[in-house]
Design a protein around this ligand. Structure first.
Ligand code: GDP
Ligand code: IMO
Ligand code: MG
Length: 436
């Protein structure tokens, strides 16, 4: 059972290149499912010369015969979803109730969530700010846990229930926002009419996706679970409080999609050949210097969702090993290796020291101010973007990959040497290939 299922999960701070690999593997899948996060994600897929940046719609949408599912664990923003659907249609990508299904149990991001995200961040002192994407993610999940102030996708389908809920919640939020932030009152009626309209637009897509997926699991129909964010941003296991608000590791798949844990299939851990982070929080291998700028330029490291420059640094094998063990990673997809071309020396962090003491066990709560222990490897100069086999890579690049495998004690299944579908080397992979 679930022999062909795959879970793709980011093992760093997001933007590891999940979109490219999900799109590549989706050719073999019947379902592609988002189970966490929301429009805070930005997944880039290049099809020929065409670039797609997807936020809420799963990356399987660019493949025919794939049904894309926005799972119950997603903070679903119907405004972003409808914009994205319309933009895809304009580019001749068909999106309808056949190839896109939205869980009726997904919690809806409402205007007050986005407002609160922005107001709350603005009110925090430097050093306390999280550096969110302002997409309303944290406030939406807060209301999910609070229950009485939450709206689910199913509510969008019943105008009278929706109207009643919006009016009641706006009354509460207006009082809170006025008291806390001296904010102007929101107009409940304008929100009711906007979201009733969105409900009509999305009606054909909203359904019981958990039931669909469990039937697929029972029938051994292949499913790919598309992670959002990265493991170090997981609300329970990341660098709390500088994290997102959902369970983004493979541990979040069963509850975020509504399938049994045994159905998550083979876990492919996405790692970029260096590290990046957007937003605040500890980042031990950060290179806030010329080297970091060089990597940012070479890798075009600017946020897909917010356009913010990403912080750049060396590959942190100590942190990635933790994320690997947490998600039970079977193999890695190592991306953006080409970005390291031209650097004379490369560092990989193998551990941390705190007050001179080497840390035995990784602890995401103990990452601030640590001293990194580095292994230094020689770099390479020749362009690797045209390499299609491991043997075509320069010896130094092969050594770098071998070193990653050795430190993490798992195989590197895929090596990505450019953003295009074809720029991928299948290496030690046990996952059904990328040839479709
Ligand atoms: P995601 O959030 O994990 O899907 O990643 P993003 O799309 O936010 O960021 C990854 C960026 O790197 C995108 O612009 C991709 O097109 C690009 N990309 C993916 N793989 C590679 C690669 O191997 N080399 C290069 N140079 N770019 C890549
Ligand atoms: P993908 O799926 C990178 C970061 C934000 C911020 C923190 C909390 O493209 O890899 P939030 O808006 O979620 O409350 O912000 O999480 N963040 C991401 N960073 N890639 C992402 O998604 C991210 N989603 C959230 O920058 O630091
Ligand atoms: Mg991204």
């Amino acid at each position: 059972m679930s022999g062909r299922n795959v879970t793709v999960v980011g093992l760093q701070w997001g933007d590891e290149g999940k979109g490219k690999i999900v799109d590549a593997l989706a050719g073999h899948m019947r379902y592609v499912v988002r189970y966490c996060g929301g429009a805070n994600a930005g997944h880039t897929v290049l099809v020929g010369q065409e670039k797609f940046a997807l936020h809420l719609i799963p990356c399987g949408v660019l493949r025919q015969d794939v049904c894309n599912i926005v799972g119950n664990g997603v903070a679903f923003d119907p405004v972003v979803a409808w914009k994205e659907i319309s933009a895809l249609r304009q580019r001749n990508v068909s999106v309808d109730g056949e190839n896109l299904r939205i869980s009726s149990a997904a919690n809806v991001v409402m205007p007050w969530h986005k407002l609160q995200d922005t107001l709350s961040e603005a009110s925090l002192a430097e050093g306390k700010k999280i550096g969110t994407t302002a997409r309303g993610i944290g406030p939406c999940y807060s209301d999910k846990a609070n229950r009485s102030t939450a709206i689910r996708a199913a509510d969008l389908l019943d105008a009278s229930i929706l109207g009643e809920k919006i009016r009641a919640i706006v009354e509460i939020k207006n009082k809170i926002f006025a008291a806390l932030y001296d904010a102007e009152a929101m107009d409940a009626e304008a929100i009711v009419s906007e979201y009733t309209e969105l409900g009509k637009n999305l009606e054909a897509m909203i359904c019981n996706t958990g039931g669909l997926l469990r039937a697929a699991v029972a029938g051994d129909v292949p499913i790919l679970f598309e992670g959002g964010q990265g493991s170090m941003l997981d609300v329970d296991h990341g660098t709390y409080p500088f994290v997102t608000s959902s369970n983004v590791t493979a541990c979040g798949v069963p509850s975020g999609a509504g399938i049994p844990p045994s159905a998550i299939g083979r876990v492919v851990g996405l790692i970029k050949a260096y590290s990046t982070r957007v937003g605040e929080g500890p980042f031990p291998t950060e290179q806030d210097n010329e080297l970091g700028d060089t990597i940012r330029q070479a890798g075009n490291e600017y946020g897909t969702t917010t356009g913010r420059p990403r912080r750049c640094g060396w590959f942190d094998a100590f942190a990635v090993k933790y994320a690997t063990d947490l998600s039970g990673v079977d193999e890695f997809a190592l991306s953006l290796l080409d970005v390291l071309t031209g650097l004379s020396e490369l560092n990989i962090c193998t551990g941390y020291r705190i007050k001179g003491q080497v840390q035995e066990m990784f602890d995401p709560a103990k990452m601030s101010g640590v001293e990194c222990i580095y292994k230094t490897l020689p770099g390479w100069d020749s362009d690797i973007t045209g390499c299609r086999t491991f043997d075509q890579l320069p010896a130094e690049a092969r050594d770098y990959v071998n070193c990653v495998e050795e430190l993490l004690q798992r195989p590197v299944g895929f090596i990505s040497v450019g953003p295009e579908r074809s720029q991928t080397i299948v290496h030690h992979s046990g996952t059904e290939g990328l040839d479709k």
